[in-house]
Design a protein around this ligand. Structure first.
Ligand code: GDP
Length: 295
């Protein structure tokens, strides 16, 4: 998933290895390559700048330059700063004190909202919870049918209506159904558009005001890189996202979005999706991701 990035970082560090002591100039040369590697991975320029400034500050200190293993120290610093960039520790789902926990999936069309709703439901089911899926994407043709099919595959019931096009009403009825049936988590698939538009945002705001969700998760298509991160920031400004699910990390995405999104929006990544199948969803751990990136 990060092959290109991993390879370039490895190349940057290999310049430092095999040398005795490092000079400031050696570190700067290596960091120039780290910079290029991150930009090529489509990490935003501002994020790269701040990230490198932090690393440089730590890496050109006496402790590193005079150490017997300076290259390892630099790699360690990069690792620690990657973890920090992605949010330090895992952020879990905000479970409701009195169930059901209400989770909205929001994002642009085609980013993997419907698929992610089903994957999350499947994930929670396997954790021993009793999820309900709610199909409230009333705009995309066949989104509700798609959710019903995925729900059947996952073994999770789906509440939706084909006879009304009022998304807020479907979501409200879905949450009521979950409560009646004693389900502990409700995943609401909301409508996405090709662009952020006023009507979409207003509908989501109404839905949020009425249902007070515990989680509003944004599906961010890793293939769309920095554009997707900008869209996430717009959604965050309107809805106060509680988390992000980075989707399609399995494709030939360059991975930059997973590095930038926390710094740019402030919203933590909570899961990543790495394929089309129901089980292709992983809880996000900044330290494990940093290890993967460093190879
Ligand atoms: P929505 O319009 O946001 O609800 O998007 P969908 O859930 O319908 O997903 C759009 C397409 O992306 C579908 O073909 C999904 O199978 C695919 N997709 C979703 N998540 C992933 C992922 O993590 N990896 C890959 N490779 N494809 C995905």
């Amino acid at each position: 998933m990060f092959e290109a990035l991993t390879e370039r970082l490895e190349r940057a560090f290999s310049r430092l290895r095999g040398r005795g002591k490092l000079r400031e100039r050696d570190v700067d040369e290596a960091l120039r390559e780290v910079r290029l590697a991150l930009l090529e991975a489509d990490v935003s320029v501002e994020v790269v700048r701040d990230f490198l400034a932090r690393i440089r500050e730590r890496a050109v200190g006496q402790e590193v330059l005079e150490s017997l293993t300076p290259a390892q120290q630099v790699v360690k610093i990069v690792y620690e700063e990657l973890v920090r960039l992605m949010g330090e520790a895992r952020e879990d789902v905000r479970w409701a004190k009195s169930p059901p926990t209400v989770v909205f999936l929001v994002g642009l069309q085609g980013t993997g909202k419907t698929t992610t709703a089903a994957k999350l439901a499947y994930h929670f089911l396997r954790e021993g919870r009793s999820p309900l899926l709610v199909g409230a994407d009333v705009y995309r043709p066949a989104a509700r049918e798609q959710l019903e099919t995925l729900g059947a595959k996952a073994g999770v019931p789906v509440y939706t209506r084909h006879d009304v096009d009022d998304a807020v009403r479907i979501a409200r009825e879905g949450v009521a159904r979950a409560r009646e049936e004693g389900r502990d988590v409700v995943l609401v698939d909301t409508a996405g558009r090709l662009h952020v538009d006023e009507e979409l945002m207003a509908e989501l705001e109404r839905m949020k005001a009425e249902l007070a969700p515990h989680e509003i998760l944004f599906t961010l298509d890793a293939m769309a890189g920095q554009d997707a991160v900008r869209v996430a920031r717009e959604f965050h400004g309107r809805l106060a996202l509680t988390g992000v699910v980075v989707t399609k990390l399995d494709g030939d995405s360059r991975g930059g979005a997973v590095l930038s999104v926390r710094a740019v929006t402030g919203a933590p990544v909570k899961f990543v999706a790495v394929g089309e199948k129901l089980e292709d969803l992983e809880p996000f751990y900044p330290d494990r991701m940093a290890q993967r990136i460093l190879g």
